[in-house]
Design a protein around this ligand. Structure first.
Ligand code: BES
Ligand code: MN
Ligand code: ZN
Length: 500
């Protein structure tokens, strides 16, 4: 898809269809909408007056324009964006997404999108392009029939005003971020058989080479040397060797003192059967997405390498399968983590925390001072927060506040759960230092309390994305399947930190 921002009046755009944002209860009699109404020969007014379309978020109205020979575009889509005063970046993304998904289904090849935000032109261009890329992803990769074949060749974001260089920067950043989110979603969508830990490491090498990141991949022998008994205990049941992927971004001509280092750590269980504590068969196929945390870290690093913020970033992705076999770890086994802590494994299905324990300890060893980990960690988080909010917990309130605020700016919602020290009682073991499950109560919190044991001396926050990383239903602006949640928030945090 070719993408550009254009400042010319809309009637001069050389596209097949135009999509225009319309605020809730906006009247066609004034301002910009009046112009669109006139171009449409009164169709806009007619749709609004008939109460067919009111500008509610996600609502659309579609017209063929006939009899206006001056216009290049022959089709018009109105996209409702809700209240004007609440309309900003996140809604622009959804508006552009709804526009391209709707128009693609109507076989339109070139689209003009009019997001209608005044000021913030660069950001608007960026959010529109991001939204368009995200909208065009479909999870039907392995279909040979009834596959979504329609493509969009050209997208023009029409922004009246601003300077062209800023708009071009916005478009470029939007494409980088959109592609990186889809990279993450593609990984998350891959079946376990096609995306083993070795495949993950291969993909990491590809992005490192293509975009210029340092990469190191620890194999099991090196994990052994590092004493990563916790991570290795999960991999033991599998024929596929575990990999610990380390990606590092250093800004061009970096002259910082290198004392502060933000790390993203993501759970990469490429298939989670539960291990000896085998999961029920129903919906087990979904456990291919149990590596979404790792995929998100890789997608974020892929974007960061191109956006080139002024601060260094570390990305750490522990990758393994969790399978039962004669070699698999058994409930009751005790393992020793890299930090020296001993862990009684009560349930081999609580494997995510086991691999994060060693990955976070390793991130710290190689210089991380601040860690945000993300993981499809607990089913309990879906019970608590559904698919709307991602749980955030941690030891550094400032970091947590920053995540919540950054999320709000990009349209991703985070809700903090408490992590009082009392919860840690639930993970005390009779035989070892701690155990890997804390019982039925507060499952998302006790999982975080476990990880906290390995985040000593770090500013640390944890995101449980199990409820938000996979969409069971399609939205007007996005297919069902992997959502790419948290990636834009991570980038927002990096860009905020870089701007300080
Ligand atoms: N990967 C799962 C969590 C999960 C469940 C993610 C459903 C997405 C959808 C994780 O490894 C797991 O199995 N967690 C257990 C923990 C329990 C054994 C303490 C869970 O949530 O049931
Ligand atoms: Mn599990
Ligand atoms: Zn898991």
């Amino acid at each position: 898809m070719q993408v550009e921002a254009n400042r010319r009046p809309i009637e001069e755009l050389n596209v097949q269809a135009l999509a225009v944002a319309v605020y809730k209860d906006e009247k066609p009699g004034q301002d910009f909408l009046k112009k669109v109404d006139e171009l449409s020969g009164g169709l806009v007014r007619s749709a609004i007056e008939a109460e067919e379309f009111s500008g509610k978020e996600g609502e659309t109205a579609y017209f063929h324009l006939v009899g206006n020979d001056k216009l290049k575009f022959r089709r018009l889509l109105l996209v409702g964006v809700g209240e004007e005063k609440e309309y900003s970046g996140p809604q622009v993304s959804q508006m552009a997404g709804t526009a391209v998904r709707t128009l693609r289904s109507k076989n339109v090849k070139s689209i003009g999108v009019v997001p209608r935000v005044s000021g913030k032109d660069e950001d608007t261009a960026r959010r529109a392009v991001e939204g368009a890329y995200i909208a065009l992803f479909d999870p039907d990769k392995y279909r040979t029939v009834e596959k979504e074949q329609k493509t969009i060749d050209r997208l023009v974001v029409a922004i009246d005003g601003g300077d062209q260089a800023a708009l071009d920067r916005g478009v470029k950043a939007g494409a980088i971020v959109g592609e990186s989110i889809n990279f993450t979603r593609d990984l998350a969508n891959e079946p376990g058989g096609y995306m083993t830990p070795t495949d993950m490491a291969e993909r990491a090498r590809e992005i490192a080479n293509e975009f210029g990141l340092n990469i190191d991949v620890l194999d099991e022998a090196r994990m052994e040397q590092e004493g990563m008994g916790s991570l290795l205990s999960v991999a033991r049941g599998s024929e596929q060797p575990a990999k610990l992927i380390i990606l590092k971004y250093t800004p061009p001509n970096f002259e910082g003192d290198g004392k502060e280092l933000l790390a993203f750590v993501g759970k990469g269980v490429t298939f989670d059967s539960g291990g000896i504590s085998l999961k029920p068969g129903e919906n087990m196929e979904l456990m291919k997405y149990d590596m979404t945390g790792a995929a998100t870290v890789m997608g974020a690093m892929r974007a960061i390498a191109q956006l080139k913020p002024p601060i260094p970033i570390l990305g750490v992705a522990p990758c393994t399968e969790n399978l039962p076999s004669g070699k698999a770890t058994k409930p009751g086994d005790v393992v020793k983590a890299m930090t020296g802590k001993t862990i009684e494994i009560i349930n081999t299905d609580a494997e995510g925390r086991l691999i994060l324990a060693d990955a976070i300890a390793y991130a710290k060893k190689i210089g991380a001072t601040k860690v945000i980990d993300m993981a499809t960690l607990t089913g309990a988080v879906s019970i608590a927060l559904g698919d709307v909010n991602t749980a955030v917990l941690g030891t550094d309130q400032q970091l947590i506040d920053e995540i919540i605020a950054a999320g709000r700016e990009v349209g991703e919602r985070f809700w903090q759960l408490p992590l009082d020290k009392e919860y840690s009682r639930q993970i005390k073991s009779d035989i070892a230092d701690i155990k890997n499950v804390g019982g039925r109560k507060a499952g998302t919190i006790t999982a975080a309390a476990f990880i906290k044991e390995f985040a000593d001396g770090l500013a640390w926050a944890h995101l449980d994305i199990a409820g938000t990383a996979w969409g069971d239903e399609a939205k007007p602006y996005r297919s069902k399947g992997p959502t790419g949640i948290a990636l834009r928030t991570l980038l927002q945090i990096v860009e905020r930190a870089g701007a300080k």
